[in-house]
Design a protein around this ligand. Structure first.
Ligand code: HEC
Ligand code: HEC
Ligand code: HEC
Length: 125
């Protein structure tokens, strides 16, 4: 009897560990999304790279609020830019001063240092 019980509780502990590890992996995968497709324009305007806090938004909205009517579910596939945002599209669907703060608060989105470009990173090794 005792043996069976401990096997069961070991199984329970093991499955809890699996669930926990899975949610950590998921949190990492869908965490902050670094966006720098328009790096040249951003550097000219002297703003940083964009960090989109995916998790922060995911806990507030259902996926379908954004996918796929505003954003395709693939990093870098949306040609996001400031004209659209100021025009009430892309991030500007919400960041319009009504649903969320206005796009005039540049550094709240442009909050990151640029990462080395892929070719620079390769030549630095
Ligand atoms: C507030 C809007 C918003 C919500 C809500 C949202 N996402 Fe996203 N999601 C984005 C944006 C923006 C990107 C990045 C697109 C880009 O880089 O062009 C993205 C990217 C993704 C990607 C691609 C990641 C990659 O590395 O390629 C996946 C997968 C994804 N979302 C899944 C989800 C799921 C699942 C949910 C709901 C649980 C969700 N998203 C909710 C805006 C949102
Ligand atoms: C579906 C609506 C929606 C869309 C689309 C959206 N946001 Fe947001 N975002 C919000 C709301 C709501 C908040 C919280 C506002 C507040 O706290 O006053 C927020 C907050 C933020 C924050 C602050 C997070 C923090 O930790 O306080 C950042 C940064 C941000 N958004 C960036 C973006 C970027 C970049 C995009 C486009 C890629 C985007 N958002 C698209 C609704 C949206
Ligand atoms: C709600 C988030 C958000 C805010 C606020 C915001 N931006 Fe952006 N910005 C973005 C996103 C997303 C991109 C596209 C990133 C990418 O994929 O390269 C972008 C791209 C840019 C670009 C390069 C592309 C283009 O359209 O010219 C410039 C320049 C820029 N932003 C300047 C600014 C300035 C200046 C402000 C403040 C007046 C500002 N941004 C505020 C999200 C934001």
């Amino acid at each position: 009897m005792i043996k069976v019980k401990s096997v069961r509780s070991n199984l329970l502990v093991m499955s809890l560990i699996v669930v926990f590890a899975f949610s950590l992996a998921e949190a990492k995968e869908y965490g902050d999304i670094y966006m720098d497709a328009t790096r040249d324009g951003m550097e000219k305007a002297e703003v940083g790279a964009v960090v989109f806090p995916h998790w922060f938004h995911r806990i507030r909205y259902k996926c379908k609020v954004c996918h796929e009517s505003i954003f395709v579910m693939r990093k870098g596939a949306n040609n996001a830019n400031m004209n659209d945002i100021m025009d009430g599209k892309s991030c500007g669907v919400c960041h319009n001063g009504q649903i969320a703060w206005e796009p005039l608060e540049c550094e709240r989105c442009h909050s990151a240092e640029f990462k080395p470009k892929a070719d620079e990173a390769a030549s630095n090794q």
